[in-house]
Design a binder for this molecule. Structure first.
Ligand code: GNR
Ligand code: NI
Length: 175
């Protein structure tokens, strides 16, 4: 099936730490094939966002859906970028499908202005705050190999990464 879910990479997979390259003119077919599969992967997880590097694809492509379960509102963002960020900051608990079971309070700009292209090339721009603002920043971070733990103190980051490693070892033993 064309929109079969893909495996989600988990830290410390090095592909999560690589900078993704912009989607170019020649990537149209690949991106049109990948976007539905990324959406299927995100819904199956379930998650509210997914960046291409999380499925091992080094392209600047993000999918999001913050709609209610009964009324899906899928978004596909090609080459998204943050063009402005507020000085005001906000704290919110974040998780990541690539760090399963791990959650932490992350401080980021409270509002961002994001620019991207649709699959058909249409230019889009929006200002976002709250969960959508956080999700956009989290996903665009993935395109630069940045994970939410990178916004924590070294102490909290190391604690969380050790807990992840321990839980992944226990999971691997159980399988
Ligand atoms: O599903 C997800 N939920 C979430 C909650 C708070 C802040 C960010 C996110 S994104 C995450 C899915 C994911 O890992 N996207 O990269
Ligand atoms: Ni994530």
């Amino acid at each position: 099936m064309s929109d079969a879910p893909l495996p989600i990479l988990i830290l410390p997979d090095p592909r999560l730490r690589q900078k993704a390259r912009p989607v170019g003119e020649g990537d149209g077919d690949a991106v049109r094939a990948l976007a539905p599969r990324m959406l299927a992967t995100m819904y199956a997880a379930p998650g509210i966002g997914l960046a291409a590097p999380q499925v091992g694809v080094g392209l600047r492509l993000v999918v999001l859906d913050l709609g209610p379960r009964e009324k899906p509102a899928p978004m596909v963002l090609v080459n998204p970028e943050i063009v402005a960020a507020s000085a005001e900051r906000a704290v919110r608990e974040e998780g990541c499908l690539s760090l399963p079971g791990q959650f932490a309070e992350v401080e980021r700009p409270a509002r961002v202005k994001v620019r991207w292209r649709e699959l058909d090339g249409t230019r889009r721009e929006m200002e976002a705050e709250g969960l959508l603002g956080v999700c956009l920043q989290h996903e665009i971070d993935h395109l630069d190999g940045v994970l939410f733990v990178d916004h924590l103190s070294a102490l909290k980051r190391n604690m969380l990464l050790r807990k992840l490693a321990k839980e992944q070892r226990a999971k691997a033993r159980a399988e």
